[in-house]
Design a protein around this ligand. Structure first.
Ligand code: SF4
Ligand code: SF4
Length: 382
């Protein structure tokens, strides 16, 4: 069951009322949180972004969920490993910029500064039967996932499942990109990571989502909806339907269906709340989803012809005149394909590049664009 609630803005009383409605429709927060329970909240805090940039879960939502958990008797810890450096200083500045520091103060939640990881078993994983995740997530009695509705350069869409990639500490994320450069394997890896944490409840902030060049360089999109479900796969399936994404062209959706985790047909999902699915689709009518077809290494045979086809069709990162040579992309590129010289635009060795678009995601100045070559654009329309 997925709940869709109308929430026109982030005014706190409105957000609190709607978040409570979502939990109530699923049996009430008391059925999830018991007195004394350690609750970890996992928002999307992708970087040092202000709430109005629509790249991160809005602090009003984090505060409302934290207050509800505390009212039910739980202790609450907010934790996230954003992109890039993962240390106390980076966490402090991200909590402050995203408004999460204030949300924690107002709700009485704690902010995580423990950057250690804990090894966990993952029997349901396809590739990852054991892995290391953030210690506060591993040590919590329950995890509540607070995601953001956005497009994503590599995975096309990011919502509930993808938000759990932040359970991997700092540079560990780049290692997964490096080891799983083709999109389907990477999608399965992120699904495995999701399964290793298995949040007991998931909320997506679709009040102001992000479309076009998400997850950080896109434009805010007002859908005015808060969405929630115990099952992240159902929640993401409904979100994909809302934004008009073609399931077969979204790697994590495609893989979740293939693994029997996600319903192929959205009509098989029970959608409730004060916004109908049809209404939600109408509100997202102008949401722009960008696909990356022809971008999976496995689509092409090896050899001269295969490599030539790849080159002609694959979208590539392009560094624009807004580049300020800060080096953030170079430090985080999983395959060390980027060179940055003082006073010059960054450049990438496209033969090394695995098209993960971490450079686009982490550039603080929105100076990385993903460009599709002409052949790739034509092929995408076929
Ligand atoms: S592209 Fe962005 S992240 Fe990379 S050096 Fe330029 S400004 Fe920095
Ligand atoms: S250049 Fe950008 S897209 Fe290519 S591998 Fe490095 S971070 Fe990923």
């Amino acid at each position: 069951m997925v709940i869709l609630q109308n929430c026109d803005n982030y005014e706190y009383s409105e957000v609190y009322r709607n978040v409570k409605e979502i939990f109530d429709a699923c049996g009430g927060i008391e059925t999830i949180v018991s007195p004394g329970m350690k609750v970890a909240l996992k928002p999307n805090l992708i970087g040092r972004k202000k709430p109005e940039e629509a790249a991160t879960t809005h602090p009003s939502i984090v505060r409302a969920v934290a207050e509800l958990c505390k009212e039910a008797g739980g202790s609450v810890m907010i934790c996230e490993s954003p992109g890039g450096v993962y240390d106390k200083g980076a966490l402090r500045s991200i909590y402050k910029a995203t408004g999460i520091e204030e949300a924690a103060e107002l709700s009485g939640a704690e902010l995580n500064y423990d950057t250690s990881v804990t090894k966990v078993e993952n029997p349901d994983g396809m590739y990852l039967k054991t892995l290391e995740i953030l210690t506060p997530l591993a040590g919590a009695d329950i995890v509540i996932n607070l995601a953001k509705l956005k497009t994503h350069g590599m995975m096309v869409y990011t919502g509930a499942m993808k938000n759990l990639f932040g359970a991997i500490a700092g540079v560990g994320k780049a290692e997964y990109h490096f080891k799983m450069p083709d999109y389907d394997s990477f999608a399965n890896t992120v699904i495995d990571i999701y399964l290793s944490v298995k949040p007991c409840f998931n909320i997506i902030d679709a009040v102001e989502g992000m479309h076009r060049d998400g997850p950080t360089a896109g434009d805010p999109y007002h859908a005015g909806i808060l969405m929630g479900a115990a099952d992240a796969f159902e929640l993401d399936r409904v979100a994909l339907d809302m934004i008009g994404a073609e399931l077969g062209r979204v790697p994590m959706g495609r893989m979740a269906v293939a693994r029997g985790l996600m319903a192929e047909n959205v009509q098989d999902i029970d959608v409730r709340g004060d916004v109908s699915l049809k209404k939600a689709e109408e509100r997202c009518r102008d949401f722009v989803v960008k696909y990356n077809d022809g971008n999976t290494r496995l689509h092409f045979s090896d050899g001269v012809l295969g490599r030539a086809m790849e080159k002609m069709m694959k979208p590539k990162p392009v560094f624009t005149k807004d580049c300020r040579s800060c080096g953030e992309c170079m430090r985080n590129c999983p395959v060390k394909a980027i060179t940055v010289e003082k006073g010059k635009r960054a450049t990438a060795d496209l033969d090394k590049c695995i098209r993960c678009y971490c450079c686009q995601e982490l550039c603080p100045f929105k100076a990385v664009k993903i460009k599709k070559p002409l052949v790739g654009r034509i092929a995408g329309k076929l």
